[in-house]
Design a protein around this ligand. Structure first.
Ligand code: UDP
Ligand code: MG
Length: 316
């Protein structure tokens, strides 16, 4: 039984050795308890620091370590995809390099899959300790909104740390879309998922790659990728404004017939015009968002471009 650990890494030279050490302990323990063999796939997402160097060193020392290095930064989602493609395991896990995903959970997760009742063991954090409160608030709101309008359930606090069966991994790989929102993809493919809760852990070294703007764009990506509700909303706004305009016309005509036609009220006219054009631009923006995603999708660009893998290194 082979278990592949897929680890997307962007500027993680400090965290990777710590991660490797930690995960080796668990691997040894699981070799004895479950007879599981491991492979570690580090995906260097175009890092600017020594991440690739560390990956090469680890591979030279330990042939279980494999790596894929990108030609530039393609983002974590692309990293996960590349890792899943490279993974040969019967079970495949994705986890972060910063040890925010505790490897100690892996034995329990594997037990769940081996029991035959589950295809996937996923994790979610129960607290958002150590995170700015504003960010937590927006995150909670985001999950509320996306779950209310989407057909795909996105679990609040779900991490990208999960262990999947080969079947589910293949299903995820079949979703070769360019705009990848993993949380949505994992949920969309279905399968039976067992959830494991744990408290938020701070990263061991290095810095988070997320800022507020990045998270905001990511949330829009999630909504546009997995729901067409905003388009319905745009159409609905159109209908509401038509009705309002119709009522307004009737009112104005009746008033003019009954009381004559005093030409006053241009400030209110300006306000209405601004409101209407604002709503129009907003709805156009929503449509544009979907159009831009479609545009990128039909180009069929590769999700990532590899510059070097461990196979290249073995050749020399
Ligand atoms: N990551 C990546 N490419 C990126 C950004 C992040 O591969 O463009 C990796 C990063 O190295 C880490 C994981 O994704 O292993 C999670 O990133 P981070 O810890 O910054 O996110 P957070 O845990 O704060 O949500
Ligand atoms: Mg992290």
């Amino acid at each position: 039984m082979l278990i592949s650990l897929v680890v997307p890494c962007y500027n993680e030279e400090e965290a990777m050795p710590l991660f490797y050490k930690e995960v080796c302990k668990v691997a040894e323990q699981m070799r004895q308890s479950h007879g599981a063999e491991f492979e570690f796939i580090f995906v260097d997402d175009g890092s600017k620091d020594g991440t690739l160097r560390v990956a090469r060193e680890l591979h030279d020392r330990d042939p279980r370590v494999r790596y894929v290095s990108f030609s530039r930064n393609f983002g974590k989602e692309a990293g996960i995809y590349a890792g899943l493609q490279a993974a040969k395991g019967d079970y495949v896990a994705t986890m972060d390099a910063d040890l925010q995903d505790p490897p100690a959970l892996l034995p329990q997760m594997l037990d769940a899959l081996l029991s035959g009742d589950w295809d996937c063991a996923a994790t979610r954090r129960t607290t958002r300790k150590g995170e700015p409160p504003v960010r937590s608030w927006f995150a909670r709101k985001f999950y509320q909104i996306i779950n209310r309008m989407g057909e795909t359930e996105i679990v609040d606090g779900a991490r990208d740390f999960r262990l999947m069966s080969r079947r589910m991994t293949d299903a995820v790989l079949e979703m070769s879309e360019y705009n990848r929102f993993s949380k949505g993809i994992f949920s969309w493919v279905g399968f039976r998922t067992k959830w494991f809760d744990y408290e938020n852990i701070e990263r061991v070294a290095g810095q988070t790659k997320w800022n507020f703007w990045g998270l905001f764009k990511y949330s829009i990506e999630g909504i546009v990728g997995f729901s067409t509700a905003p388009l319905v909303f745009a159409a609905l706004m159109g209908v509401i404004f038509c009705i309002a305009a119709f009522v307004g016309i009737v009112f104005v005509v009746v008033r003019a017939l009954m009381f004559g036609d005093p030409t006053s009220g241009w400030p209110s006219m300006i306000c209405i015009m601004l409101l209407c054009s604002g709503v129009q631009l907003f709805c156009l923006g929503i449509v544009g968002e979907y159009l831009s995603k479609t545009y990128l999708e039909v180009k069929h660009r590769p999700i990532y471009i590899a510059r070097e893998t461990e196979a290249d290194r073995d050749k020399h």
